[in-house]
Design a protein around this ligand. Structure first.
Ligand code: ADP
Ligand code: GLC
Length: 516
C-alpha cells in the first residue's frame, strides 16, 4: 500500500501548530505498519535547509500560476521518513512564515502557493514522466491541500483514492472568484454545488466536496462540525456527506513528547521516578523569574494566542488565579492585542506572572515539565495535542468540554474520582473558567488526590498505534475499490449554507489563513 500524505507543515522542518506534529508522526507510524508512506510539502526555505536531501530532482513542468516546478526527494532529519519538497523558490523561499509575512499579513498569493502544492501532488498521483512511484491513496490535509481531491476527482478509473483530513474547519482558504483561471481549476467547479462559498473560492470546500472519504481528528469534533454552531457555514455539506465522514483521534508521539527521554529538560523523570518533576519546577521558576514558592501551583498557558484558544478570557482569569496563590506562566504568540494584555499583566505582577511571547520548542517543553497545571480552554478544539502531551509530563490539564478535549480529559465530576485525569468545564464565561480553575487549585493542595490525578494522566496511552491502524483500515477499504472508482456524482444538495444565525462564528471567516 502506497500513501502520499500532502501537508503544509512537518515537524521539525516547519511548524505553526499541531498539523506539523501529526504530519511527522502519523506517516512514520504507518511506515512501521508496512505502508510505503511519503510526505509532500512545499519547499519553504527552512524546510530545504533542514531536510536531508537524497536523489535527483524530478521536473514536474509548468504548474498553473507557478511556472516550472521540481520535486526534491529528501528525508526527515529526525526519522528518515521519505519526503518530497515541492521546489519553487519564487513561491516558497521567502522571509516569513508558511502563510504570512513577518508583519503577520497573509501572503497575497497564498491561493497560487497552495494550488501548486495540490497540482504537484496530482502529477505524482497520475504517475507523470520521471515518476517511478505512484500512490494507491492520496491523503490531503486541511485547506492547503483541499484542491487535490477536486483535481483527481474527475480522472478516469482506476485512480488513487482520496482522503481529506480536516484539522481545523475554521481555516478554509477563501479567495476571490476572479483568481479561478490562474489556479488551473475547471470553470464548472465554481458553483454552490462545487467549490463556491458565498461567491468566493473555498479550497477546504473543494476537498470536502470531492474527496472519497473525509476524516477529522476527534470523534466529538466529527459530530460538532455537522452543527451550525461549529460548522463554520459548511455544516450542511458535511451533513450531506456524513456517511463518508469519520473521526479518527490524533495521537502523541512519545518518541518526542516524553519526560523520560526529553533532552530539553533539566532533569528527566517518569511515573516511577516523579521526583525529577520537582527539579524541573524549581529550574523553571528560576528561569522565568517567578517566586520560588514550591507550594504555589504553577499554571501554564502554552498555545497560539487566539480567540479559538480563549486567550482573551484566560487574560481575564489571571487576577483570580493570583488571588488563589497560583503563579502564571505563558509561552506562545498570536493576536497582537492579546499579547499586549498579557505583557501588561507580567509588568503589573513581577514574580507572579511570566509571559514569553514567541514559540520555542525547548522552552515549551521545559514549561510543560515544570508546571503543575496546564490551562487549555478552547471555544472549539478539533483535537488539542498540548493537553495530552501535558498529561505525560504529569501536568494536569484544565480544559473546556469541546472537541477532542471532551474526549481526552476525564473530570472527576463526570467519571468519578478513580478515573479523573484533569478538570473540565462546559460554559464559555469567565466565571465558568474561574470555577474550574478553583477546583484544580484546591485539588493541588490535597497531595494525595493530586498525585492520583497526575499519575493517571501520566499512564494514559495516547500513542499513534491505534489511530494509525484506523487510518490503515480506511485506506484498505478504499484501495480495494480502486478499479471501480468513478468521477463523483453530484452530492445531494446541502442544506442552505446561510451565513447566520451562527451563535458563534469562530476566527475563520474573519482571518481564514491566519494561524498564529
Ligand atoms: P493547534 O494545532 O490548534 O495550535 P494543538 O494543541 O493540537 O493546537 O497543537 C499545538 C502544537 O503546536 C504543539 O506541538 C505545541 O507545542 C505547538 N505550539 C503551541 N503554541 C504554538 C505557537 N504559538 N506557535 C507554534 N507552535 C505552537
Ligand atoms: C489543528 C487543531 C488542533 C489539532 C491539530 C492537529 O490545528 O486546532 O486541535 O490538534 O490541528 O490535528
Amino acid at each position: 500500500m502506497r500513501v502520499l500524505f500532502v501537508t503544509s507543515e512537518f515537524y521539525p522542518l516547519v511548524k505553526t501548530g499541531g498539523l506539523a506534529d501529526v504530519s511527522a508522526a502519523l506517516p512514520l507510524t504507518l511506515a512501521g505498519l508496512d505502508i510505503d508512506a511519503r510526505v509532500m510539502l512545499p519547499g519553504y526555505a527552512e524546510a530545504l535547509d533542514r531536510a536531508v536531501h537524497c536523489g535527483n530532482a524530478v521536473p514536474l513542468g509548468e504548474l498553473p500560476g507557478a511556472g516550472r516546478v521540481r520535486l526534491l526527494p529528501a528525508q526527515c532529519p529526525a526519522s528518515g521518513l521519505p519526503l518530497w519538497l515541492v521546489d519553487c523558490p519564487p513561491l516558497y523561499c521567502r522571509v516569513g512564515g508558511p502563510y504570512q509575512d513577518p508583519d503577520g499579513r497573509d501572503w497575497a498569493d497564498n491561493d497560487v502557493r497552495f494550488a501548486a502544492l495540490s497540482h504537484a501532488a496530482a502529477r505524482v498521483a497520475r504517475g507523470g514522466r520521471g515518476m517511478d512511484w505512484g500512490p494507491d491513496v492520496v491523503h490531503a490535509n486541511d485547506w492547503h491541500a483541499g484542491l487535490l481531491p477536486l483535481l483527481l476527482g474527475g480522472d478516469p478509473a482506476p485512480r488513487p483514492a482520496t482522503v481529506l483530513t480536516i484539522h481545523n474547519l475554521a481555516f478554509q482558504g477563501l479567495f476571490d472568484a476572479d483568481r479561478l483561471p490562474r489556479l488551473g481549476l475547471p470553470a464548472e467547479s465554481f458553483s454552490p454545488d462545487g467549490i463556491e462559498f458565498y461567491g468566493r473560492i473555498s479550497f477546504l470546500k473543494a476537498g470536502i466536496r470531492y474527496a472519497d472519504r473525509l476524516t477529522t481528528v476527534s470523534r466529538t469534533y466529527a459530530r460538532e462540525i455537522r452543527t451550525p454552531e461549529f460548522g463554520c457555514g459548511l455544516d450542511g455539506l458535511l451533513r450531506s456527506r456524513a456517511g463518508d465522514l469519520v473521526g479518527i483521534p490524533n495521537g502523541a508521539d512519545y518518541g518526542v513528547w516524553d519526560p523520560a527521554r526529553d533532552p530539553n529538560l533539566p532533569r528527566r523523570y517518569d511515573l516511577a521516578n516523579i521526583g525529577g518533576k520537582r527539579a524541573c519546577k524549581e529550574v523553571l521558576q528560576r528561569e522565568l523569574g517567578l517566586d520560588s514558592a514550591p507550594d504555589a501551583p504553577v499554571v501554564a498557558f502554552m498555545s497560539r494566542l487566539t480567540e479559538q484558544k480563549m486567550a482573551d478570557t484566560v487574560a481575564d482569569a489571571v487576577p483570580a488565579l493570583l488571588e488563589a496563590g497560583a503563579l502564571f506562566a505563558l509561552h506562545g504568540q498570536g493576536d497582537r492585542a492579546i499579547e499586549r494584555r498579557f505583557l501588561a499583566l507580567a509588568r503589573r505582577h513581577p514574580g507572579r506572572v511570566s509571559v514569553e511571547i514567541g514559540y520555542d520548542e525547548r522552552r515549551a517543553r521545559r514549561l510543560l515539565a515544570g508546571a503543575d497545571i496546564l490551562l487549555h480552554p478552547s471555544r472549539f478544539e478539533p483535537f488539542g495535542l498540548v493537553p495530552i502531551y501535558a498529561m505525560r509530563y504529569g501536568t494536569v490539564p484544565v480544559v473546556r468540554r469541546v472537541g477532542g478535549l471532551a474526549d481526552n480529559v476525564a473530570d472527576a465530576m463526570d467519571r468519578g474520582d478513580g478515573e479523573a485525569t484533569g478538570f473540565a468545564f462546559s460554559g464559555d464565561s469567565l466565571a465558568d473558567m474561574e470555577a474550574c480553575l478553583a477546583r484544580a487549585v484546591a485539588a493541588f493542595r490535597q497531595p494525595v488526590t493530586w498525585r492520583r490525578i497526575q499519575r493517571r494522566g501520566m499512564s494514559q496511552d495516547f500513542g499513534w498505534q491505534g489511530p494509525a491502524r484506523d487510518y490503515l483500515a480506511l485506506y484498505r477499504s478504499l484501495a480495494g475499490s480502486r478499479a471501480d472508482r468513478c468521477p463523483p456524482e453530484p452530492v445531494r444538495r446541502p442544506a442552505p449554507q446561510s451565513a447566520g444565525p451562527l451563535t458563534r462564528r469562530p476566527d475563520p471567516v474573519r482571518a481564514p489563513l491566519t494561524k498564529a
